[in-house]
Design a protein around this ligand. Structure first.
Ligand code: AMP
Ligand code: GLY
Length: 423
């Protein structure tokens, strides 16, 4: 099979690394890819918002499967574009169609879905510019802190948690009247604050059946002790130590099964990953959010633990053949630590030469924001490299990642030294 992966991050490098090991693979392409994917696949320079360009590349390279890494092309309807094009209909697409991608693309859509199917989540109401006044009154009925969510995609920045009523009212006005997040905040969901510890669960579904992948926990804040600005993710651990069998069973029964059944009841086709952002409140799981793709950097710990052939699983998704599939999972823990450019998640420099990657022998190195420049690997993003290691527990795995990191260097390299500090 000829396969094209869309994306350029650590998630896509991890997918490429895994798929490269499959006997089903003929040729592997990644668009646009990075310096890491260039070593194991053919990178294609593509603008992912232009589906006609994607079509040309798919036809020119006789691609049989398209794997969509990130949410934007899915929310923009790339799967629908393929289904509706006579030349592309035969191509298997991993990633949901536009309607189902609304589980991530619209907070209101996902809240309504959860309410309809009795899936535990925070109580909420949504407001527009026309109902701003009612929104302000609703805030007055809630206890602090206040949770405001832009309805649409806002590059992970659309959720605000505000300590005072005054700030919450001001931000609600900014979002609805002054387009703080552009079109994404035309509508705003205000929801009850949930207090608990977060983790993520992942399934791969063909729309009827599903397999559950290893769970993970990521660390989003830039600073030690979960302080400072939100990032795409500074590290991750799999499995999550506090997720007991009993708790995972509750997630299956109360969240995952009702979600898959709900999609079927609502006639919403789904072929791809569902990412469940879970919060443990007391001893019960609740959904913070859905994503219509794998997480990054969670993929860099989840996929290395998967021993089953990932390309075979994707083929099973496309063939509606996931029933009775059992995954083989590495029992060891995996951790990843993200090396980022100084200044990230605010402004940072690009194009810094990276040295020492080849000296790492005890860990997997997944490139996140890198590029090849005259055969030299240089930084090309805020999150630059994810260093993944295995261990009998996450502490041992982490120690290996931190040892491997000492080999790698680029100007103003930063990373968190406290991944897992709260476990
Ligand atoms: P989301 O984009 O919906 O995942 O929200 C981003 C982050 O905001 C989550 O990972 C949580 O840490 C936090 N968050 C979102 N909703 C709530 C809530 N209802 N209560 C507490 N924290 C929340
Ligand atoms: N690491 C969180 C995400 O991928 O959304």
């Amino acid at each position: 099979m000829n396969v094209l992966i869309l994306g350029s991050g650590g998630r896509e490098h991890a997918f490429a690394w895994k798929i490269k090991q499959s006997n089903l693979l003929n040729k592997l392409y990644v668009a646009p890819g990075n310096a890491g994917t260039a070593q194991i696949a053919t990178n294609l320079n593509l603008n992912l918002t232009n589906f006609s360009d994607v079509k040309q590349v798919v036809i020119n390279n006789n691609i049989q499967m398209l794997i969509v890494g990130s949410e934007q092309p899915l929310v923009d309807g790339i799967h629908d574009f393929f289904l509706n094009d006579l030349d592309l209909k035969h191509v298997s697409v991993i990633g949901p169609q536009k309607l189902a991608a609304q589980l991530e693309g619209s907070k209101e859509f996902s809240k309504k879905f959860m309410m309809r199917h009795n899936i535990p989540t925070a109580a909420y109401q949504s407001f527009t510019k026309a109902t701003l006044e009612q929104g302000q009154r609703f805030l007055e009925t809630l206890k602090p802190p206040f949770v405001l969510k832009a309805d649409g995609l806002a590059a992970g920045k659309g959720v605000l948690i505000l300590p005072t009523l005054e700030e919450a009212k001001k931000e609600l006005t900014e979002m609805l009247s002054n387009n703080k997040f552009g079109a994404a905040s035309t509508k705003v969901v205000i929801e009850e604050f949930l207090d608990g510890i977060e983790m993520s669960c992942f399934v791969l579904t063909d729309g009827n059946n599903y397999v559950t992948l290893p769970n993970a926990k990521d660390y989003k804040r830039i600073g030690e002790g979960d302080t400072g600005l939100n990032t795409g993710g500074m590290g991750a651990i799999s499995p999550v130590p506090f997720a007991s069998d009993g708790f995972l069973e509750k997630i299956q029964q109360q969240i995952i099964k009702p979600t898959i059944d709900g999609l079927k009841k609502d006639n919403i086709p789904y072929q791809g990953f569902i990412f469940f952002g879970i919060i443990k409140v007391g001893n019960n799981p609740m959904v913070i959010e859905y994503n219509c793709r794998m997480g990054d950097p969670e993929t860099e710990v989840v996929i290395p633990r998967l021993q089953t052939d990932l390309l075979q699983l994707f083929k099973d998704v496309a063939d509606q053949n996931l029933k009775n599939k059992v995954l083989q999972i590495d029992k060891r823990s995996a951790t990843t630590v993200m090396l980022v450019s100084g200044g990230y998640p605010e402004s940072y420099k690009k194009g810094m030469p990276i040295s020492g990657i080849e000296k790492v022998t005890n860990s997997l190195v997944f490139h996140a924001g890198t590029k090849l420049d005259n055969k030299e690997v240089k930084t090309n993003g805020g999150r630059v490299i994810a260093v993944t290691s295995f261990g009998i527990d996450f502490k041992q795995a982490l120690q290996k990642s931190y040892e491997s990191i000492h080999h790698i260097n680029f100007e103003a390299m930063c990373y968190r030294t406290d991944i897992g500090f709260d476990l």
